[in-house]
Write a protein that binds this ligand. Structure first.
Ligand SMILES: Nc1ncnc2c1ncn2[C@@H]1O[C@H](COP(=O)(O)OP(=O)(O)OP(=O)(O)O)[C@@H](O)[C@H]1O
Length: 519
């Protein structure tokens, strides 16, 4: 006991840093209450921004960065007036000069003399999460109050919004969180304004969709040549087509028919992409304008309940990259678990075909009616017949307890990102050119004219170019990216992704869980 008391006395007599200045003996009655705030600075930034009242020259704390040094001290607040920094009066200084005074002492104690704000606003901060729909770099934004306090992000990043007190500049952390300190990002309204200003400032800024269409225009010329070839050799083509359709009929598993892999529907989808007046169900206005209108998508963590229907697996990729190969292999791996949606067509059935197996054979009137009622995820015309994948066909698979695996064109991605289908979007990316050449030596591409022909270097370049465009426009919607290098590895990755989608928590749009009037 004696020893404990003696230790206490010894400690009590010691002086510890920082040594505060002595209190003046007499304080004038009218002087506002000041506070001395000492912060011990380490390598971390102070975590506060300042502003100057241009009329009075007074310096104020503009904001305290969530999780930063100043915030954790609890001693500085937005609205506090700074009178001195390390003994230097700062009234009348430019904010940059004040920062220089602060930075003059990189480590150790920084002493602020402040007049605390009298009425601190009470903020009921609700944290929420968003998926960035666009890229942002504070270093390239001249309007940010402090670039060093800014946080860059890329489309698809998940951000935790920790403070939205300021209507223009929010504070956020990027997940997975590596730093305790938040960064400044533009608020939704500010980012929308910036995007619109940028858009209008461009001398010629074709709409993002139009960019795709214009490149496709070039393709159309090529297609026109293909078309002539087809016309010239229709008979040969028909027999090739039939042979291929028959090939499609068989599956490696006896008694199992894999619908939706027909050449006609694949080519029809490709053609609907490549006409300036696409007949496909274009959800483009939503996907493109959503990038312009909605730079952040609110997301929540969602885990599928075992009794819920499965999430659909939507594969996206440039033509020839291997989307159908992967889809086919996945379904063949376990047809009791995985299934494709049976497409609709207006073409007449061939002798061996059954409605509801290869296709749902329907009249043009019924098809048109379904189009009119938005019942197709996508549809298009091929050789005078209509083909399409209906939402009901997808729901039939889900309601049977299976996992529906579809391949879709990128521009309809928003049509499957709904409360109803809750798509998990897998993007299939081509490997580098060298690896394409090595891995595709024995592979065949399906073109408009040839049922199968070996890949050429030109095909690989087109694939890469198309992948670049898809990534530039749709990256934010991808839940998983698989580089289709070694086929076997890609299959394993796809299977793992599918399991994750069904059984592990994922970030999904908040409107899936809390449906709004719009969704
Ligand atoms: N990783 C891979 N390694 C080698 N060959 C592959 C690989 N992935 C796919 N292939 C082959 O490449 C060819 C084209 O693949 P697939 O038919 O799946 O293309 P796709 O992406 O569905 O495009 P489209 O719908 O335009 O035909 C097929 O012969 C397929 O077997």
């Amino acid at each position: 006991m004696q020893a404990l008391l003696s230790a206490h006395d010894t400690v009590a007599q010691k002086d510890y840093e920082p040594v505060l200045p002595p209190m003046p003996d007499e304080l004038p009655d009218e002087e506002e209450a000041t506070r001395i705030v000492c912060l011990v600075k380490n390598k971390q930034p102070l975590g506060a921004t300042i502003k100057r009242n241009d009329i009075t020259g007074e310096i104020f704390v503009a904001r305290i960065i969530h999780g930063g040094l100043a915030d954790r001290s609890g001693l500085l607040h937005a609205g506090d007036r700074i009178i001195e920094v390390n003994g230097f009066p700062v009234d009348g200084m430019e904010p940059e000069q004040v920062i220089q005074v602060v930075q003059a002492r990189p480590h150790g104690t920084i002493m602020f003399k402040v007049i605390p704000i009298t009425e601190r606003p009470i903020h009921n901060q609700t944290m929420f999460y968003v998926r960035a729909m666009t890229d942002y770099s504070p270093q390239q934004d001249s309007t940010i109050p402090c670039a060093d306090a800014g946080m860059s992000f890329k489309k698809g990043d998940i951000l935790e919004i920790v403070d939205q007190t300021d209507a223009l500049w929010w504070q956020a952390k990027k997940l997975p969180c590596s730093s305790a300190c938040a960064g400044l990002i533009p608020s939704t309204s500010l980012l929308k304004r910036k995007q619109r200003e940028f858009w209008w400032s461009q001398p010629y800024q074709p709409h993002v969709c139009m960019q795709i269409l214009s490149t496709v225009d070039e393709e159309e010329d090529l297609m026109a040549i293909d078309e002539r070839c087809v016309e010239a050799d229709e008979e040969a083509f028909e027999s090739e087509e039939l042979r291929e359709e028959e090939d499609d009929f068989s599956s490696n598993i006896e008694g199992v028919y894999l619908a939706g892999f027909r050449r006609s529907i694949r080519l029809c989808r490709r053609r609907s992409q490549s006409t300036t007046q696409p007949s496909a169900h274009i959800r483009c206005p939503s996907s493109c304008s959503s990038v312009l209108n909605n730079p952040y998508e609110e997301v929540v963590r969602y885990q599928r309940h075992p009794e819920d229907t499965h999430r659909i697996i939507a594969l996206i990729g440039s033509s020839g990259v291997g989307v159908n190969e992967l889809r086919r292999r996945l379904i063949e791996m376990n047809p009791n678990v995985f299934q494709g949606a049976i497409p609709h067509t207006t073409r007449s059935p061939r002798g061996y075909e059954e409605s509801g197996r290869e296709y749902y054979f329907t009249s043009r009137e019924i098809f048109d009616h379904m189009v009119y009622n938005n019942r197709f995820l996508e549809f298009g015309e091929y050789k005078g017949n209509l083909y399409g994948t209906s939402i009901d066909a997808v729901k039939d698979v889900l309601n049977s307890g299976k996992i529906c695996v579809v391949d879709i064109e990128p521009n309809v991605v928003q049509a499957v990102r709904t409360h109803e289908l809750r798509a998990y979007v897998v993007y299939v990316k081509p490997p580098p050119l060298e690896r394409l050449r090595e891995t595709r030596q024995d592979s065949y591409i399906t073109t408009n004219y040839y049922v199968n022909r070996p890949f050429t270097d030109e095909d690989f370049h087109e694939m890469e170019e198309s992948a670049r465009k898809i990534e530039a426009q749709y990256w934010q919607f991808f839940d998983q990216v698989i580089v289709n290098d070694e086929l076997q590895d890609s299959c394993v990755q796809l299977l793992t992704a599918v399991r994750k989608a069904q059984d592990e928590p994922q970030w999904v749009p908040a409107c899936w869980i809390r449906p709004t009037a719009e969704s």
